[in-house]
Design a protein around this ligand. Sequence first.
Ligand SMILES: [Zn+2]
Length: 542
Amino acid sequence: MRIGRAGLTAILISLVAIGVSAQRGRGGAPGQQGTPTPPGPPRVEELKKEVAADIETMKVATQQMVDQVFSFGELGFQEFETSKYLTAILEKNGFKIERGYAGIPTAWVATWGTGKPVIALGSDIDDIPQASQKPGVAYHDPMIEGAPGHGEGHNSGVPLNITAALAVKKIMEREKLPGTLKLWPGVAEELVGAKMYFIRAGMFRDVDISLFAHVGANLGVSWGAGFGTGLQSIEYTFKGESAHAAAQPWRGRSALDAVELMDVGWNFRREHLRLQHRSHYVIVNGGDQPNVVPPNASVWYYFRETDYPHIKELREIGDTIAKAAAMMTGTDVSMRILGAAWPQHMNKTVAETMSANILAIGLPKWDDADIVLAKGIQRELKQPQIGLATQLAGLRGGLDPEQNMGGPSDDIGDVSWNVPTVTLSYPANIPNLPGHNWANAIAMATPIAHKGVTAGAKVQAMTVIDMLMRPELVQQAWDYFRNVQTKDQKYISFISDKDQPALWLNEKIMKQYGPEMKKFYYDPTKYKTYLEQLGIKYPTVR
Ligand SMILES: [Zn+2]
């Protein structure tokens, strides 16, 4: 749901530029931005170097996972092939798998190891409707017209975490390090549909540190409240009475009228909402045919704001307008929550620790073909042709909440209010793309994504080793969590005990396109890469 991760990066660049230079000189405003954590004991640093070197040798396996999940291209709550594939790899490597977690068929938790600390590694797995696109091709060229595709890059995050976890596991076994690794998938992240249910089911109750990974166009991490919003996703269903639309329209009560009046009401109210807010809707049911007065109609809203009280308030305004529309049309309205996310607040200590590892790894070395592809799609979309990231984004943090002008959401926000969490952004995609679009799928089964994921896996693995071997960091992280972050604001879930995950979402779309998509599943036993299987010359540009 990070629309505009790339766009956001562009906004951040000017702000971050100060931070980058300040950080390099270890100077900058005290208490702002943050300082990368100094190196640990020599043995820790040695093991971190070793784990990064090992991940470099795992490149082929990493690439195969990234390509395989790309080829499944599954939407939220329908990630059946994806989850089957990823859990099989983990199970084969000795992880204990709990499937169907929190009553969600595609959700799972994979654990390995014993005792404390418990380190959770998560990343999203779902994709975007109508984003089908041939990888490596710098213009719109769908594999299947109208089908979903990885138009954000969620095919890459769990492969990154698996690579990191398998490399760390080898070291833990040899060194007999206590600790537990817990891998989990961000099911239906685009619908912000699952993480609050994971929390309710207790996934993070025993977790000490949570490391999330999200695709981006640079290698970076941030702490504090940062940019972006949280949200409530609500479906309003109106019920009226059908009638012959020409013979006896006065006997009908149109549910569609109520939907339209609600939307009109909301759009007038919009002028008087805070600038930070974002809201948008789609009409999911507008009736069957014009000669029947629609007896049922539904509209689905996302209400986004930058903090919990404002999100709650926005939802209440929506409910009021829905009830008013029902009154105006003589219909009834019911509402249900389809998803929700808290605004994110990332942990300072963990971000600073990860930041030191980011500086040690640096950005991947792009070759000419990668840059030609990136510039090709940037040219196609009439964006500045900056190619790929060549300078680290730097550690960001300490943003004044008043400066948060809103933006996207991610239900990792809920996790971040339950346990010290950071999101590693890794450079598997191309800057200056629109987000939630076919263009964001282009890089995601090419060497750009493969290199970005390998770099990210190194950082993730090194940070896990820091957290396993330097208990003072875990303690500091909890100190920030308890005494700074949650001092005045505690987590209150947006869902009640009775709410259930919206498992039916996307079912129809996957039924429609699934059989055709199956023909394009990647077969690594026959082809080295997915590009090779598809017969695509890399890069293909106009
Ligand atoms: Zn995302």
